[in-house]
Design a binder for this molecule. Structure first.
Ligand SMILES: [Zn+2]
Ligand SMILES: [Zn+2]
Length: 368
């Protein structure tokens, strides 16, 4: 009996510590896959061996990584001849052995703008994607291989390969690729940048919303991970851990982006994420006063920046509140007289659902 009890305690402690490691709690019936779908190694213009990419991913605690070396740009070729473009993926995959990290094969199809750079993931053979003289043939071939294809950093301020004004916009070639259903997603966050214009393009054209690190060097250094930073990630709402389910979820657009202290995604997706990660509860009145205590609990790693948009005022705060990551704060609502139910309404300033649009969240509370 004693043994059983301690086992039970061990098991529940293990579960709660596992939950604590997660950056977001998944909505009921889903699992959340933290994914970096854009990374480089020495097999193109990256600075590290592929096994360092997977080791970083495991240390940072996300679930899926795609290795997406440039096909056309091979600056280390004199030292690493790279006759087989599938090698960087294969080495990365072998390096995790039986571990939990999911490693996906991919390539970056690299062209001047337009059309710019594209990643193809879930590919079968990277070697067949290389077409030196045709700007979209690689995208067609990737689609033939059943790949999920997305537009990289459409807002990159590169002279020949991007937009010098940093504004993502569609050229006729992009409109055509979208119309023919040959591209399926778009980066809204890339490395250290975020684009509301790209987000708008995603929503208007039904492209999957993505955030990636596009890491070339050491992620600890670039994203200041020891200081509490994190790389941009795409969170995929999947039914299970199977690669087919994850691929299907990507094609269906069931994602949101976590970039610095911001999440961005379609309204229905962010609503479900906020519902499972932000809990608002009545703690009753303080003594004989008309001050109603409400606890605000944030289960996620995202500090929640809130604006209260109801009619009441608080005893210790203004309308602006921050609930730190994995923390609870208590507000005292001045209800004037004692009430039996209360609607708490917030605008979540760092959950964005469109260009200059924030998510709203409403909680109906019964007061005892
Ligand atoms: Zn690129
Ligand atoms: Zn890249």
């Amino acid at each position: 009996m004693k043994i059983k009890l301690s086992l039970l305690i061990l098991f529940t402690t293990y579960l709660s510590s596992q939950e604590n490691l997660k950056n977001f709690i998944a909505p009921e019936g889903n699992i959340l896959i933290g994914a970096d779908l854009h990374t480089h190694t020495v097999f193109s213009d990256g600075m590290v061996w592929p096994s360092i990419r997977t080791e970083e991913a495991q240390r940072e605690g996300f679930e899926l990584i795609a290795i997406t070396d440039h096909l056309e740009y091979q600056p280390h070729r004199e030292d690493i001849p790279n006759p087989d473009f599938n090698r960087s993926y294969q080495i990365a995959k072998e390096s995790v052995g039986g571990g939990d990290l999911i490693v996906l094969p991919g390539s970056e199809i690299t062209r001047n703008m337009p059309p710019g750079h594209f990643n193809a993931i879930f590919i079968k053979d990277a070697n067949k994607l290389l077409f030196e003289n045709d700007s979209v043939a690689g995208i067609y071939e990737a689609n033939k291989q059943g790949a999920f294809v997305f537009w990289n950093h459409p807002h990159w301020t590169s002279n020949s390969q991007g937009r010098m004004d940093g504004i993502a916009k569609l050229d006729p070639v992009h409109k055509n690729l979208i119309k023919e259903n040959l591209i399926h997603g778009i980066e809204v966050a890339n490395e250290l940048t975020f684009s509301e214009e790209a987000f708008e393009i995603a929503l208007e054209n039904n492209l999957t919303i993505l955030g990636t690190s596009d890491i070339h060097g050491i992620s600890d250094w670039l994203f200041e991970i020891p200081e509490g930073g994190h790389r941009p990630l795409t969170y995929i709402l999947s039914n299970d851990l199977k690669q087919n389910s994850i691929k299907k979820a990507l094609f269906m657009g069931n994602t949101f982006v976590w970039f610095e202290d911001l999440i961005a995604g379609k309204e229905e997706i962010l609503s479900s994420i906020i519902a499972s990660n932000f809990k608002v509860e009545s703690k009753g009145y303080t003594g004989e006063t008309a001050l109603l205590e409400i606890s605000l609990t944030n289960l996620s790693s995202l500090p929640l920046k809130l604006k209260y948009i109801g009619d009441y005022t608080f005893h210790q705060y203004s309308d602006f509140l921050e609930v730190p990551a994995k923390n609870t704060i208590t507000v005292q609502v001045k209800t004037v007289k004692r009430i039996e139910s209360l609607m708490m309404k917030f605008e979540i300033l760092n959950a964005i659902i469109g260009r200059k649009k924030n998510l709203h969240a409403t909680y109906n509370l019964n007061i005892q």
